[in-house]
Write a protein that binds this ligand. Structure first.
Ligand code: IMP
Ligand code: MG
Length: 209
């Protein structure tokens, strides 16, 4: 991989990282294994990979590049569930662009926790009559499962610790960390209580007037 693609992680990032749980090389090795398995399972079929935004976008990018055969790609975005209120019903924020009837879908998620998001999406998408749907998740946190989800491909098991990086966020930040890390929530509280650094001149690419 080109060195330019590996970001230098800033100090302000590192303070919220408690521990690197899976480093970049470990993740890419495992994603490669999943891609090869998917490729041999779906050989000769019309496979449509569906990434769940935003969390699964990094994983989906690496996964499709580790599948040697041609595949289709689409993304769906759903709102988070509200536990207790509507028991995991999701609302579509961005729907798929194409028809899925008769196609083989691989639903790709970053982490399956309670299972409510994927369970609800499986119900919603199966009503559109695809030929099949299977689930691929990078991380599987079994201990907090509230509904059973049929997972065909899982990258790693996850403990109850909150994770960030490689697409996973805390309040929409830290997705760009190149590894998966557990998070120090106290350090995040300190970080957001400090004022932003002033924007350096070299970052100003456009000035009005
Ligand atoms: P579920 O519906 O409880 O399975 O929740 C899955 C969704 O919650 C994932 O798509 C993630 O966006 C989010 N999520 C769950 N655990 C974590 C975590 O540890 N870090 C970041 N996001 C998480
Ligand atoms: Mg998500």
């Amino acid at each position: 991989m080109s060195k330019a693609l590996v970001p230098t992680v800033k100090e302000s990032f590192l303070s919220v990282v408690r521990e690197v749980v899976y480093d970049q090389a470990t993740i890419l090795g495992r994603v490669g294994e999943l891609g090869r398995r998917i490729d041999s399972d779906y050989r000769g079929r019309d496979l449509l990979v569906v990434g769940i935004l935003k969390g699964a976008f990094v994983f989906t990018c690496d996964l499709i590049r580790s599948i040697p055969s041609p595949v289709g790609l689409d993304f769906i975005s759903v709102s988070r569930y509200h536990p207790g209120r509507d028991q995991g019903r999701v609302r579509i924020l961005k729907d798929l662009q194409g028809e899925i009837a008769g196609r083989h879908l691989l639903l790709v998620e970053d982490i399956i926790d309670t299972g409510l998001t994927v369970h609800s999406l499986l119900g919603l998408l199966s009503r559109r009559k695809p030929a099949s749907i299977t689930v691929c998740t990078l991380l599987d946190r079994r201990d907090l499962r509230l509904v059973e989800v049929p997972i065909r491909y899982a990258g790693f098991q996850a403990s109850a610790e909150f994770l960030i990086g490689y697409g996973l966020d805390y309040r929409d930040r830290y997705r760009n960390l190149p590894y998966i890390a557990s998070m120090d929530l106290d350090a995040e509280r300190v970080r957001i209580s400090q004022p932003d650094e002033p924007v350096r001149d070299s970052l100003l690419v456009y000035q009005a007037g």
